[in-house]
Unconditional design. Structure first.
Lengths: 349, 349, 349, 349
């Protein structure tokens, strides 16, 4: 009777959840039947997320696995790392298709997970998920029941470097990723580090020297493409803006690796991938050009004086970096058009 | 054969034109067949408007009325005040439906136009257009062939004050509108007044004391609702952000005019108007809640100590204030659902 | 032996305290001997306020009245409203000169205080302080031992309106003050209302209709100048910037009250006041022009169509609105040059 | 009779000139006697630079070398690269001490200059200037009559890397500098690239792959310290803020090069340099901490997983990166205290 697939959003009152609600509203095949949020349970959605006033009726509800499974067939879990695994296991046990936005199912090595995140609450499921970077995993995602949505930094970092690493256009030693993120990347919980007076008119790094937990995820994927382990130096910065990630990546050019060759390799890899736009050599993607869209803009340049390739990638951290990518994965998993609900142009300017 | 209505955008490389392109892309009944822009003619759309890379192929073209009329049945003219009238006349003469985003056809008194804008280049058409504020003019817009899209400041100012003026809830003397706009309102032409270092971290008024040309438009509409002429004190401010207008309007409360009564009057007036959200008394609409959406959020408060009503309205100046409103008007004129292509939720946060 | 006057800053780790430290560093007669901050006691100043690294050695300390009074002769109390009165009383009891940045000693009517702030913890001192708006109270401030530093909104509001009210250039009924503030005005405590993603790219009012506690302070001072009680409609807005307040005030022009007459009245009133710059009629002061300076820029315009006077005032809320004004008061109280330590030009752009 | 040294500012209406005026106002030994600006000649200083209203009287004047030399003994030339050399030569010929803020006298190799900047208009003077990075050239600056003030990017880049290169703590191959600048770095001339709507809420690189003209300056200084030529990969980004540069630099750690060793080397090199603050290992300097101050904050971290050293440097591009550094140089050249007029704490927050 219903043409809709019913979905539940667990952790619907944070930014990832809010973005899922925004995008799902425009998705012709989806209907949101539960918005779960522990700390705001019982409040009207419109009070918690005023931009959705008039679009979503009803209240945020507390988590109840049976209720969720009764109301929806697909769950998006947007919970903190560590806390997510248990909820995912419960929902999977009730037969739901689950797209998990945490890091809990992204890695393939339990020891690496333990090192960076601590104990895993659903070890049986570890390694069962498909990694949801559609451009690299499209085939494995078809029909997938458990999908680990990549992190925002890994998405930006990998999309730019993947063609280079896969095609041997850069050396695997000495890859450096200097990333710049808007403040939504820090989540919705207020702190001095996101307090407008302190961060609204300056820039700073906030983790350096290999301490950010997205590092092993980047290494896992790029290492897989390269066919051998590799390590990257990753530095995230906080930029005074709300949305967007720009990843500026550096690698030593292999023999023959011109900017044109890198561009060509990217266009080859991303042929058939509507979410990736490969700009001409020397162009500089701007996060403003992908704001609120599911697109990634990538470009390549070569510093002929030093032999370095510079790969730049701009995404919206909440869309291609989180919620849009999740819907894109669901589209593929369900056999729908990959762009359903995630094809709107960017909000520019 | 084609289910699409073909449209041309004249002045497609400024912000209003770009926003029309963004929204038209998601409108299921429209197809853009010409993007006209004099100063960038011959350049690929993607170079002029990089956020549309991959979405619109082809080049910006120079204006040629016959070519436009051959390629489309509807034209949106997004040209400077004064320059628009001649183009509109030409396109109307070729039988096109025209939605004009300039001020050239908004006013109903040619002397007022002359006083604020100078000579009118199509005096025969003056007064022929329907004023495109859908919430007030829905019936007259059905089938309309020439529509004058309201200004962004008038849209914000009128939507908040209309219920009060129409229902006699405020006195007609002494209405004050203190408006705050993002920098897109100044257009795409660079100047010191929009140069990031000079305006990116401060606020200032830029016209005071009745000198802004949107003033008579506000007075015309509100005076019409009131049934007698009125004057407003209007002060626009530039806020360090890209999009959004907040209009804070003040009027002396009539007897019995509580915040609740004002709210109720607004809900009555805007019943059946999906683009207006009337918040509960005392709420404060935020331009961030309507970013990139076609919604207007309005609220009412009463200062019981001074007897003043405070009406607040937040819109996105480029959407409900310009391009979204234009599409909404076209929907009504064509007999389509009013929300087609302009119902996407706001880009928040 | 020492040419310095030793000062203590109570509440030194918030923005008002930090700004006092910044300005005191450049004041040739002051030496900071205690920085008191309850929640950060025991931490190095440089960790709590990194911009002062290398300028202030030592730790933040917990409050101990005897210790403070032993180390300094002047105390600046930058504590929350309500909490300040008790500390002020204690320090006054030990003979210190106290400049209080809270609202606890600004008002002259204990019933008004009780209505807006609640119980007062030092009722014996109530009414004993000199109100520290130097431009209006310079004479009474000489030698003053207890000074109530005005609020940031009252400073901006009063400086623009004082000449008009004092000279009868506007009617006393219907004064409206539409104020726009940077986020430092909300203090250093993180909350959703100052969380960069939610407020960094939009504008909203946050109190309307006479609910802001600075309202009675404005009315007290302006009423005093007018010689009769008056009420104002005051609406504060949050602007996406760190510092600055712009107050746009509206009043009905009296007969003969041109923009020039208002400007002249202001120049007369502020003759000999180095912190106030009266711009030519029609100019629009920008908060960017007073950033980090102790200056107030004011201007006047008249809407001849409606008979309204528009008075605009721009200040830096942390300097002329708080810490700079406090040092300016101390200069006058001590008989020093009024501009000592608070004469640096604005940080522009 | 006069204790003041009279100075002239050539190019006084751009941002570098305005910043010199701001700082010179607070310098106890300087008096500005001429403000030269070709395009705004004849206008009052206060109209061109409103933040200086009431501080500088008189008009901007057109350039007249004899007039300048008659009115001042020291000239600061803040003119475009290429245009500066001729003016400098003229003023030097009249016996003035000149501090040149352009790139015209920074480089030591005329062929490199020609490659990056074109023809030099005063080849006889080329190589005669002392490079004004005080921390490295303090001795040579004493008494210097012609000083080339370093670029903003080189200042930030060099201060962080100098200790590492000088002490052999990083390899000379493969140095990467990823720099992020506020928009004042682009100057005062409006363009789309600094138009608030297009750049106010996004980040992008604007030169990549060795095309920025500050590159050879960085290489010259670091190569000099290393004792052998080296090349760097330099990428500048535009950040949505007015002031500030953050340089994140990467190099391969030499044996034994811990974060602590790097920090210690920096503290050793900058002992006696009041403008450089070396933070503890792992700290992240924020451009907000040095806003409007002449300080550079540097820190070091080591990514032990990849063997990379990450050197971070934050400066205010207009102060330590331009005008403050120029005054600091003058102080040294004249034998005054190095911190005169450039010791004010940062404007934070």
């Amino acid at each position: 009777m219903s043409d809709f697939t019913d979905i539940a959003i667990i952790g619907g009152t944070g930014y990832a959840g809010a973005e899922l609600l925004r995008l799902a509203y425009g998705h012709p095949r989806l209907r949101v039947t539960r918005i779960v949020g522990q700390s705001r349970a019982g409040e009207p959605v419109a009070r918690v997320l005023p931009s959705l006033t008039g679009l979503y009726e009803g209240d945020v509800v507390a988590f109840d696995a049976a209720d969720v499974a009764g109301a929806a067939t697909v769950a998006f879990t947007a919970l903190p790392h560590g806390a997510s695994a248990g909820v995912v296991a419960e929902l999977r046990g009730l037969g739901m298709r689950v797209l998990d936005l945490s890091a809990d199912f992204r890695l393939d090595d339990p020891e690496v997970y333990a090192e960076w995140y601590g104990e895993h609450l659903a070890p049986d499921l570890f390694g069962q998920a498909v990694y949801g970077l559609v451009e690299l995993e499209r085939e494995r995602l078809r029909g997938a029941e458990l999908i680990a949505i990549p992190g925002c930094y890994p998405t930006a970092s990998i999309l730019g470097l993947a063609p280079l690493v896969a095609e041997g256009l850069v050396g695997l030693d000495g890859l450096i990723i200097d990333a710049k993120s808007g403040a939504t990347g820090a989540g919705r919980k207020p702190s001095l580090g996101t307090h407008l007076p302190e961060v609204g008119e300056g820039i700073r790094a906030y983790k350096a020297a290999g301490h950010h937990r997205h590092t092993p995820e980047i290494e896992m994927v790029l290492g897989g493409l390269a066919g051998s382990p590799l390590r990257v130096t990753f530095t995230p910065h906080l930029v005074p803006m709300s949305r967007g990630i720009l990843a500026t990546a550096y690698g030593m050019a292999s023999v023959g690796a011109t900017a044109e060759a890198c561009t060509e390799a990217a266009r080859e890899l991303y042929r058939g991938s509507p979410s990736v736009v490969v700009l001409d050599p020397g162009a500089h993607p701007d996060t403003g050009w992908v704001r609120a869209s599911n697109q990634a803009f990538v470009s390549y340049a070569k510093d002929t004086r030093t032999g370095r390739i510079v790969a730049q990638t701009a995404i919206d951290n909440l869309v291609k970096g989180t919620a849009g990518q999740a819907l894109q994965c669901l589209n593929v998993a369900m056999g729908w058009d990959e762009g359903e609900g995630v094809s709107a142009p960017a909000t520019w300017p």
